[in-house]
Design a protein around this ligand. Structure first.
Ligand code: SF4
Ligand code: SF3
Length: 534
């Protein structure tokens, strides 16, 4: 196997024996095969569109399948094999509709296994030019992030044919069915197009979320516990959470959020359930330490799942997530999760905990914009930091905790995604009547942050890069790659990125990022703060 798609890749270069994430060589191989077959399906999809055949079902399937290959999503060989077989069937059916001979597709298991021996992470014909190879990987990993957000959006009924067309085009790029020949410039253009496509995917997802659950509003969230049976919900899928809240209503089972589900508390429709009791635990990489003590059932709706060693009998999955041996809930029927929660002891007493705040979504931030601008004009607000992105296991990630703790009192800290768990419970105080730490939501709410920054810039008649605003980002998996590409496509400069730079970025591409966008790796909190605020 060879996989280098995430930040914890072995030795900073690539996992070759087994994934640091827990991915086996078998799972890696089948995920590569899946990407390869999805490229074939996308090529057929392009022909189908050219022939005037629309096929939303295949578009939805492609993003769902690609999402299964993201870091910490699906480790279940059986589920992945089913998806592979489904992809093959869909490709054959589409080929038949197009009048192509299904046996003529180069799709037999032997053929694609042979092809895959030449490929890396599902990239067939990976270029021998290190920079082109790097751009191809940036595109594929960014595309996986886009697929995750497009999948969430589609589940909420939000689709865009142009976004689907880009996903097909980007999947076909570099495959044996690609008719275009690109030089490095052509690949980089496609990489930036991927960033724009991701902005669209996040926009659709925001529309789906706010139309379904309401605009997020600032909401206190308890880190304590309520006496009674309990279910913990992790991941990003708010529709799953809604279904679970509906199905547990009146059962006496309390529902707690975990990880990226924390911002759910800000959505009026979800907040209305009185048994949405609070938040438990911190970021994904602490789950093996924190979940064994949770006295109820646990549901993973998306990444990041880790090996539930020793507590797998209370862990359930839904959507694209899979762990071998854990019960997978389909059709948003969470009866097995509820039954298990009722068997488990639950919390034996009420324990009030700290309260934190979430729910500073786009509308709330836009409403606060005049106050923010006034504070800037009066010299009361010196700078805004957006400290966001993924969390992870590396010790260097303590940088983000220290950075936020050291931000001066006349600054604001916006945050989003699971990286916030490094500082989400810190008391940073207030600036006027605004809390200094503002949680804007999940990773996909980077859309809200971008739009807020653009609105501030428009009012001040300047560019986003001219605002007293700095991006200090942490990355781990492919959704963070897609968000980074979005920021680059929007021309946002001076991003600080950590805790380490991606293994798949070649030295020349890194130079280009530095020259054109002034991206820089994080250094120390003191040094970075001093440079930003000078
Ligand atoms: Fe390694 Fe990350 Fe790939 Fe897992 S996802 S195999 S940790 S590079
Ligand atoms: Fe976190 Fe996995 Fe990236 Fe949505 S839950 S951000 S790492």
């Amino acid at each position: 196997m060879f996989c280098n798609q995430c930040e914890q890749t072995a030795k900073g270069t690539g996992c070759t024996v087994a994934g640091v994430c827990g991915k086996s060589a078998d799972v890696a191989a089948i995920q590569d095969q899946l990407v390869y077959l999805l490229r074939r399906l996308a090529a057929l999809g392009l022909n189908a569109r050219a022939a005037g055949m629309a096929d939303t079902g295949t578009d939805d399937f492609m993003v769902e399948a690609l999402f299964s290959t993201l870091t910490n999503v699906n480790f279940d060989l059986r589920a992945l094999r089913r998806m592979l077989a489904d992809t093959l069937e869909r490709a054959k059916a589409l080929a038949a509709r197009l009048g192509e001979h299904p046996e003529d597709l180069g799709l037999s298991p032997d053929e694609y296994t042979a092809r895959l021996s030449e490929s890396v992470v599902g990239i067939d014909r990976l270029s021998s030019d290190a920079d082109v190879a790097s751009a191809m990987q940036l595109l594929l990993f960014g595309l996986k992030g886009v697929a995750a957000y497009a999948d969430h959006a589609a589940r909420l009924g939000q689709r865009d044919p142009e976004l689907a067309a880009f996903i097909r085009k980007a999947l076909v790029a570099g495959s044996p069915w690609d008719e275009e020949v690109r030089d490095l410039g052509g690949w980089l253009e496609l990489v930036l197009e991927c960033g724009k496509a991701n902005l669209r995917a996040m926009e659709l997802l925001e529309k789906g979320n706010t139309e379904t659950f309401g605009d997020p509003v600032p909401a206190p969230v308890s880190l304590g516990q309520r006496k009674g049976k309990a279910i913990l919900v992790s991941g990003h899928d708010l529709l799953d959470l809604l279904a679970l809240l509906e199905q547990t209503e009146g059962t006496g089972v309390n529902v707690y959020t975990h990880g990226e589900m924390l911002p759910a508390h800000g959505y009026p429709r979800l907040r209305a359930f009185s048994h949405l009791a609070g938040h438990y635990g911190t970021a994904w990489q602490n789950q093996q330490r924190e979940l064994p003590d949770f006295p109820g059932a646990v549901l993973f709706t998306t990444n990041c799942i880790q090996n539930p060693r020793g507590y797998g009998d209370k862990v359930f999955t839904s959507g694209n997530v899979g762990w071998p041996g854990c019960i997978h809930c389909t059709g948003r029927d969470f009866a097995p999760v509820i039954a298990r929660a009722l068997e488990l002891p639950g919390f034996d007493e009420d324990k009030p905990g700290k309260e934190i705040l979430t729910g500073f979504g786009r509308q709330t931030m836009l409403n606060a914009a005049p106050k923010v601008l006034e504070a800037v004009a009066q010299g009361k607000l010196r700078h805004i930091f957006l400290v966001g992105g993924c969390d992870g296991a590396k010790p260097g990630r303590n940088y983000y905790t220290e950075f936020v703790e050291k931000t001066p009192q006349d600054t604001l800290v916006l945050t989003l995604a699971c990286g916030k768990f490094r500082f989400f419970d810190k008391a940073l105080g207030k600036l006027g009547d605004l809390p200094r730490l503002l949680d804007m939501g999940q990773c996909n709410d980077a859309y809200a942050a971008v739009r807020t920054a653009q609105a501030l810039a428009e009012t001040l008649k300047c560019g986003v890069n001219d605002l007293p605003l700095s991006f200090v980002l942490s990355w781990y998996e492919q959704k963070a790659v897609s968000i980074l590409l979005t920021l680059l496509a929007l021309g946002i400069k001076n991003i600080r990125l950590g805790p380490s730079l991606p293994a798949f970025v070649s030295p020349n591409i890194l130079n280009l990022l530095v020259e054109k966008w002034s991206i820089r790796p994080i250094s120390t909190p003191d040094e970075d703060l001093a440079t930003i605020l000078q």
